[in-house]
Design a protein around this ligand. Structure first.
Ligand SMILES: Cc1cc2nc3c(=O)[nH]c(=O)nc-3n(C[C@H](O)[C@H](O)[C@H](O)COP(=O)(O)OP(=O)(O)OC[C@H]3O[C@@H](n4cnc5c(N)ncnc54)[C@H](O)[C@@H]3O)c2cc1C
Length: 242
């Protein structure tokens, strides 16, 4: 079993920074990532505030950190850490689906999750009008009227980013005043596409969902389930047949 001084779980900004600091102190370091390095910042075109250095986009910052870490000798393990437990010698064992690794110290930097609104219809329209990333999905709303939910920093940042594409962005806030940083609120106030709706809650997104063909494949466990990769390869042909 491979042994490290430090295992860092997660390659978001926190995990990459922890791994950088550990390797700089001469500690043998492994950094686990279940998905893609960068975590939440990977989709941000304009960091504000910029956590460090001269990078302005999240992808740039994350890839510089990840590359520097690799150059310095951080071992990347591209797998989810599934369990962390102590062995009889007092070492930490970090297990993945394909193996186990030992370390004297473990840093859990497995990060944040974007919260859902929790209203009916939200999941039905997800990816078909309901989005959680203005930088990623903004171009799909080019020239359209849109709504951003929330009154904190992220909501203001997302609304400002979305205003580059949308014809109008209505910010729906539960409270009467924004909780965001004053400079973001001031910037939004000068943006003619942004309007604010206070003391208001989203109850339900409604509309018409375009009927999408969902391919189904028979699995060995007898369950039918949709598979996107199957769709990419065969959808067009099968859609023509329909
Ligand atoms: C819209 C928006 C705008 C923002 N703008 C800014 C900004 O301008 N400036 C700023 O400083 N901050 C900003 N933030 C906040 C910033 O994105 C987060 O504070 C930061 O990304 C959190 O980093 P993290 O490393 O803690 O977590 P994450 O970024 O969530 O990273 C956690 C990582 O751990 C991985 N992981 C989870 N579980 C496991 C496991 N079991 N095994 C292996 N890997 C695992 C995940 O795949 C993920 O890559 C913004 C956030 C949002 C939502």
């Amino acid at each position: 079993m491979e042994k490290f001084d430090v295992i860092v779980i997660g390659q978001g900004y926190a995990g990459l920074t922890a791994a950088r600091l550990a390797i700089q102190r001469g500690l043998r370091t492994a950094n686990f990532e279940a998905a893609l390095f960068g975590g939440l910042i990977i989709n941000l075109n304009e960091l504000d505030p910029v956590p460090q250095g001269a990078e302005h986009s999240g992808a740039e910052l994350a890839s510089n950190l990840a590359m520097n870490n690799m150059d310095q000798g951080v071992v990347t393990v591209s797998e989810a850490a599934t369990t962390v437990e102590r062995d009889a010698d007092g070492l930490w064992l970090v297990k993945t689906d394909s193996g186990a690794y030992a370390a004297r110290h473990v840093v859990v930097a497995s990060g944040a999750r974007l919260r859902k609104l929790g209203v009916p219809g939200e999941l039905d329209f997800f990816g078909q009008g309901v989005s959680e990333c203005a930088d990623c999905d903004g171009p799909m709303f080019n020239g359209m009227e849109t709504v951003v939910v929330g009154g904190g920093d992220s909501a203001f940042q997302e609304a400002i980013a979305l205003s580059q594409f949308a014809s109008k962005v209505t910010m729906v806030m539960r409270g009467s005043v924004p909780r965001a940083r004053p400079d973001l609120v001031d910037l939004a106030a000068t943006n003619p596409k942004l309007v604010r709706l206070a003391n208001t809650r989203i109850v339900q997104p409604t509309g018409r969902v375009k009927k999408r063909w969902r391919p189904r494949v028979y699995s060995p466990s007898s369950a039918w389930y949709p598979t996107p990769s199957f769709c990419r390869r065969t959808c067009n042909a099968m859609l023509r047949e329909r």
